[in-house]
Design a binder for this molecule. Structure first.
Ligand code: SF4
Ligand code: SF4
Length: 513
């Protein structure tokens, strides 16, 4: 029997619906300020905690220790997946990967930006294997340092891998197999190691890793980022060690000059620049949340597609956990005579969910372009569809991020595993599957009360819409001189996605494990 979790009470959907209506009208009525500097403060300059952040930037061993702990956890997951019990809820590989890690790294972005990438065991183990060094600049000749081919120099490889992994995860059912989970983790390690051995820099992190690109994209919303402590020092810097590296410390793996860094997307928080900068001028900075998504990040077409694919796949994850999805699968299977694992029916559903939001987004962009042409006439001739498409794509970020967190909170809060027995017996040796009674008890014993969960979910979805309207208002005004009714199509897009997110949260949701 499939157990489900109750959905968000309907009154939350009505309350957020009214808020969307009012905020949509306000967004059209009030112009975005033409000059509004983002506020930020370096954590290294703060009293009390400033010393801690300076310490973390100066010494390598705290980060190295964390890297080793995460690498050890990764090896435990692989061991448990390959040699442990196939019972999904009794094996550390599946519970840690799908229940804790995938939810945890997304929530962690709010508090630590792209810090996960610094701890990522795929990249760290690959670096240790290829560079033969655990921290210092390597003199190893085992890297070919080839130029990354032009066809790979975009985030399309990461987008395609993301779609492929979603197909494997939900279509083939990797989530329900410790062995397949371990094989997928190993495949990523092989990819990271091979690309590191072949290409210069970190081509895997920059262009291919769907997790890294997701963390990078979402960290444009984060209120915390690595930045220069004093930008004047960077302006006068001639040596750029943060970019080139020093005798002992490797260069920036994603070719960033810290003094010119405007967006978090490709910073992996690796800490090389905090070590190599001769002026010790790099530390964590607190800044206005979402400022990059709202105005600072530069639009690029491949990244715009990645953001929209991220939104579509996030919606798809939610959709597959509703009762309707099972109904769709069996009806489609009957229609096309799909038998067995219903892979064709699943793939059609995935394809439609992937394309539909992008198609609706294109329609809204087309409408915006039409309205702008009418309003601005000859001035708008340079305003191509592509410019509008990439400029407004940042609205996908808060919409995807808010649903991603709200949805996963249900799994996290309602499906907390018996971590003590999993830690003491990660392979699940001799363990029995959860009985119906145990499943029911787990379902009832939530980490926070049901009402607290609903309040958190409602607020998160509302914040997602608020940020999306800010993106529309600022980007519309600054990039395209759009205001008033010309912003309506994009506001409708944000409202439609938020409405769909709310509808999914209101439905009962299938328990994952
Ligand atoms: S971070 Fe350091 S090395 Fe990089 S530009 Fe600034 S002062 Fe120069
Ligand atoms: S070296 Fe580059 S990737 Fe690493 S923390 Fe500095 S800017 Fe980010």
């Amino acid at each position: 029997m499939i157990m489900t979790h109750p959905g968000l009470p309907l009154y939350w959907a009505y309350a957020i619906g009214i808020m969307m209506l009012l905020l949509g009208l306000l967004t059209m009525a009030i112009k975005a300020p033409t000059t509004s500097a983002s506020r930020s403060i370096s954590l290294a300059k703060l009293p009390l905690i400033g010393d801690l952040f300076r310490f973390l930037a100066k010494y390598t061993w705290p980060l190295l220790l964390l890297k080793i702990i995460f690498a050890a956890l990764f090896i435990t997951v692989i061991t448990a997946g390959l040699w442990g019990t196939p019972i999904v809820e009794r094996n550390l590989a599946t519970t840690l990967t799908w229940n804790l890690w995938w939810t945890g790294i997304i929530i962690a972005i709010v508090f630590s930006g792209s810090a996960w990438c610094a701890l990522c065991p795929w990249d760290n183990i690959a670096s240790w294997l290829v560079n033969h060094s655990i921290w210092r600049r390597s003199s190893s000749q085992s890297r070919l340092q080839l130029k990354v081919p032009n066809m790979l120099r975009s985030v399309w490889p990461a987008s395609l891998l993301f779609i492929g992994f979603t197909w494997l995860e939900l279509g083939i059912g990797i989530v329900a197999s410790p062995y397949a989970t371990a094989m997928l983790a190993l495949l990523m390690l092989i990819l990271a190691t091979t690309t590191l051995a072949l290409f210069e820099g970190k081509a895997f992190c920059r262009y291919m890793c769907p997790v890294g690109r997701t963390v990078g994209a979402y960290s444009q919303l984060a209120p915390i980022a690595l930045r220069p402590i004093d930008s004047e020092i960077c302006r006068n810097c001639k040596t750029l060690e943060c970019f080139h590296g020093s005798d002992k410390i490797a260069p920036c793996p994603t070719k960033i000059v810290m003094g010119r860094l405007q967006e978090n997307t490709y910073c992996t928080s690796c800490g090389n620049c905090t070590q190599s900068c001769p002026s010790s001028n790099v530390s964590w900075q607190l800044r206005s949340p979402s400022s990059e998504a709202i105005k600072e990040a530069k639009p690029h077409m491949d990244e715009a597609f990645f953001l929209l694919i991220l939104l579509s796949l996030t919606l798809f994850h939610g959709l597959t956990m509703l009762d309707y999805w099972e109904g769709y699968l069996s009806e489609m299977a009957q229609l096309i005579n799909d038998s067995g694992q219903l892979i064709i029916s699943f793939s059609i559903g995935l394809g439609v969910t992937l394309i539909l939001p992008i198609f609706i987004y294109c329609l809204c962009i087309g409408l915006t372009q039409g309205l702008l042409k009418k309003r601005l006439g000859a001035m708008v001739t340079k305003l191509s569809f592509n410019k509008l498409f990439s400029g407004f794509a940042f609205i996908s970020l808060p919409l995807a991020f808010s649903y991603h967190i709200a949805h996963n909170l249900t799994h996290f809060v309602r499906e907390s595993s018996d971590w003590l027995s999993l830690v003491t017996n990660p392979l699940g040796t001799g363990a029995e599957p959860l009985s119906m009674m145990e499943k029911h008890t787990r379902h009832m014993e939530m980490m926070v009360s049901e009402n607290t969960l609903f309040i958190m979910q409602g607020i998160i979805i509302a914040i997602g819409f608020v940020i999306a309207t800010q993106v529309i208002r600022h980007r519309g005004h600054r990039l395209f001189a759009a205001q008033g009714i010309t912003l309506l199509p994009m506001i409708l897009f944000a409202a439609l996605v938020t409405g769909f997110n709310l509808w999914m949260l209101v439905q009962p949701m299938t328990m994952r494990m």
